[in-house]
Design a protein around this ligand. Structure first.
Ligand code: ARG
Length: 560
């Protein structure tokens, strides 16, 4: 498509000495050509000429089959062979990728779970969307640094330790790991609430005293803190491994809390931040267009979420010199990030492009057909349970066929992840076990299956010698080839807008086109030149499909 764009731009320049940016659209109805441009209408105003006449003039000079339609559209028609040649000229191992981000560094932050409790589905989207953002940045030439901003600060240790002494034991911790920690945390929080209501303070002071002991290096506190962190972090790693995502760094909130306090002191001294009468500290953001100041220190001097984020931004700026930072965090924190980014400008980090990659929540379908935020009676759906369940479903889908355990896992993940991209990330998505595994319709397994099938054909023909394809017309393959020609633009748009669902939509359309194609166009039984030509196209389809899915964090099984 770039070639066609360049040709039209060249003709326009030759005729009118105007540099224009030509946009090609792909008409829905093939009767309107393969590509269409409204460049003549764009020029008409500027040149004070009739758009249709301009269109005629441009079309007449183009070396393509063209027609002028409507008020001045130029429709361009290419033959299957011309399109295939175009594709072939642009083809490479990394087809679809570009260098838009060359020389620039981006930090992508995900999934940033909280350590106190087991990994829940609440952090499914940050992982999926963050991972896709990472891959989109890589595919567009950025230098990418990934960081898991672990939620490990605050009172977890104090609460854990107090609860552990009261409600648990080494054996129970050994046996149930992070689930025991989660149980302790939730129950102790409840007890603390009840205590507070009744005016008591025994447990609350125990929490504080354990935190102090930890700070002063008390042997028991240090030992258990290490133990708890090991259990919790080990669990996070296990689950991330199952999700097949990872990050380069794991700089959690607790790493930044002391640095944040120091930064607050510095900006207070410089007059950038303000101390309230009660001793708390805020950063006012009116000049940055945000009415509500952000609180960066509590009245008792304690660090807050924003204190750790203040230090995080400063540290990242110094350490990595990024041009951009992308935070994959849910929609609930939209206003918080607005404040944070305003604060970044105020403290001189305005040159760094800050993005909040936000997304809606996951709804589930109840048995009575109503929708609600995904949760179970117990309050959360655990990620490990979700994965176990998905794997069981995947096993059911391939029942009776010889499919490896690794492929089962790929199918399970394909189903879960693809559903994350079923709509623009900003909308809440509906998680429905029936549709996410449906082998027809918009599902990961459907797209995976289409790719497995094409790979099987390629595999069967592994030893078939391909010949020059010039003698074949590629009319039957035209719709596939056109889709492939669109792919680089899809990647670019997805990356520019941080909208990975565009890739999922594309993969789904390509899978549908592929399935239609098979119906009328056999490969193995075709004559040699046809067979060869078809294999050339299918090989490209496989590569693009695999590439698109891999940006979404989805792998193609070898069988299913
Ligand atoms: N741990 C937080 C949560 O689960 C997300 C952290 C987001 N990142 C940040 N820099 N504040 O809500």
């Amino acid at each position: 498509m770039e070639k066609v764009v360049a040709d039209v731009e060249k003709v326009v320049f030759e005729l009118f000495s105007e540099r224009v940016e030509v946009k090609l659209t792909v008409p829905e109805d093939i009767a309107h050509g393969d590509f269409s441009t409204n460049v003549a209408m764009q020029l008409a105003g500027k040149l004070k000429q009739n758009p249709r006449a301009l269109a005629q003039a441009i079309a007449g000079k183009l070396n393509y089959d063209t027609e002028v339609a409507g008020p001045g559209f130029i429709n361009v028609r290419l033959s299957g062979l011309e399109l295939t040649k175009l594709l072939d000229e642009n083809w490479s191992e990394t087809y679809g990728e570009n260098n838009d981000g060359a020389g620039k560094t981006v930090i992508v932050e995900y999934p940033s779970q909280n350590m106190a409790k087991p990994y829940s589905v609440g952090h499914l989207r940050p992982g999926n969307q963050g991972w896709a953002a990472r891959n989109l940045m890589l595919a567009t030439g950025w230098k990418v640094i990934t960081d898991n901003h672990l939620g490990d600060y605050g009172t977890p240790f104090g609460v854990w330790m107090t609860g552990f002494k009261k409600l648990s034991s080494d054996e129970a911790l050994e046996r149930n790991g992070v689930y025991e920690l989660g149980r302790i945390y939730i129950e102790t929080k409840k007890l603390l609430k009840t205590e507070e209501k009744s005016g008591g303070s025994e447990l609350a002071s125990a929490v504080q005293s354990w935190l102090l002991k930890l700070e002063s290096g008390d042997a028991e506190a240090v030992k258990y803190s290490q133990k708890f962190n090991e259990v919790s972090l080990g669990h996070i790693h296990d689950v991330m491994e199952r999700l097949r995502i990872s990050t380069d760094y794991e700089l959690g909130e607790s790493f930044f809390a002391p640095k944040g306090k120091a930064a607050v002191e510095k900006y207070l001294a410089e007059g950038v931040f303000k101390k309230n009468a009660d001793g708390s500290v805020v950063c006012e953001l009116d000049e940055q267009g945000v009415d509500v100041p952000i609180l960066v220190q509590k009245s008792n001097g304690a660090a807050l979420y924003a204190t750790t984020d203040l230090a995080t931004m400063l540290y990242r700026a110094n350490e990595f010199k990024p041009d951009r930072i992308i935070h994959a965090v849910g929609a609930e924190q939209k206003f918080y990030f607005e404040q944070l980014f305003a604060m970044a400008k105020k403290i001189g980090l305005g040159d760094i492009q800050m993005d909040h990659l936000w997304f809606g929540i996951i709804d589930q379908l109840n048995e009575d057909g109503t929708r609600e935020k995904m949760s179970s009676r117990k309050g959360v759906v655990l990620m490990e349970e979700l994965l176990d369940h998905a794997e069981a479903e995947a096993r059911r889908v391939v029942e009776g066929r010889e499919v490896s355990e690794d492929d089962v896992k790929k199918i399970a993940l394909g189903a879960i992840k693809f559903s994350d991209f079923m709509a623009d990330r900003r909308t809440n998505i509906l998680f429905d076990w029936k549709t996410i595994f449906a082998l027809t319709g918009f599902s990961g397994p459907y797209v995976q299956y289409a790719t497995v099938r094409v790979n099987k054909i390629l595999e069967t023909n592994r030893d078939f010698e391909l010949m020059s394809f010039e003698s074949y017309d590629f009319e039957a393959e035209k719709s596939l080839v056109k889709l492939l020609l669109e792919y680089p633009d899809i990647v670019r748009h997805s990356a520019n807008l941080l909208e990975p669902h565009r890739l999922a939509f594309f993969a789904h359309i390509l899978a549908k086109a592929l399935n239609q194609y098979y119906e009328n166009n056999p490969v193995n039984s075709a004559d040699d030149s046809t067979r060869s030509a078809r294999l050339v196209v299918l090989k490209k389809v496989s590569q693009v499909m695999t590439h698109a899915l891999s940006i979404l964090g989805i792998e193609v099984p070898s069988r299913m």
